[in-house]
Design a protein around this ligand. Structure first.
Ligand code: FES
Length: 178
């Protein structure tokens, strides 16, 4: 008589239980990164793309002294679960002063919001929509604008120039942020 060729039931049961146990352990380990990615935004520090973070616009050397330069203000907005692509949120006229401090104005006309241009010939900022004009230090000069250009805070970090961008209400003499 030949010996039985099949594995005894107790051994088969043990191997089956071991397989289930190992499979469960592997599945649990695999789920850790997924769960981590779901909950990590709750403990993430605010990113440099936060809505009120200053926006870098270039290095100091990119701004010649006394010559206003128009810069686009671009940021990627990040919140707890999403990150948008880089978005232009505004623009500014930035001037490097002789003492290496900076002056910046929003390009938004305080009358009805058109983009203010630099008029080199007249040495002023001019709005093309209703001919408001502003001196080089941002003061009201002519036209229907109710106030001067809106100043923006400039920060210099090392060699980098950053703008603290704000939007202001239009059509009113007071300077109020939106
Ligand atoms: S929008 Fe600039 S003058 Fe009207």
């Amino acid at each position: 008589m030949s010996e039985p060729t099949s594995t005894p039931p107790t051994r088969r049961g043990f191997l089956g239980a071991l397989t289930v146990l190992l499979g469960g352990a592997i599945a649990a380990l695999a789920s850790v990164p997924v769960l981590g990615s779901l909950f990590s935004p709750l403990r993430a520090a605010p990113s440099s793309g936060a809505a009120d973070a200053p926006i870098p616009v270039g290095s100091i050397s990119e701004f010649p002294v006394g010559v206003p330069r128009r810069v686009e203000l671009i940021r990627s907005v990040t919140d707890a679960w999403s990150r948008s692509d880089a978005t232009t949120v505004g623009a500014a006229w930035v001037t490097r002063n002789a003492d290496d401090t900076f002056t910046a104005f929003s390009t938004i006309c305080p009358h009805l919001g058109c983009g203010v241009n630099l008029d080199k010939q007249r040495n002023l900022y001019a709005c093309p929509c209703h001919t408001s004009a502003f001196t080089m230090d941002g003061k009201y000069q002519a036209g229907p604008a109710p106030r001067g250009l809106d100043p923006l805070t400039v920060e210099v970090r090392g060699k980098e120039v950053l703008i603290h961008y704000k939007r202001f209400k239009q059509g009113i003499p007071e300077r109020e942020t939106v």
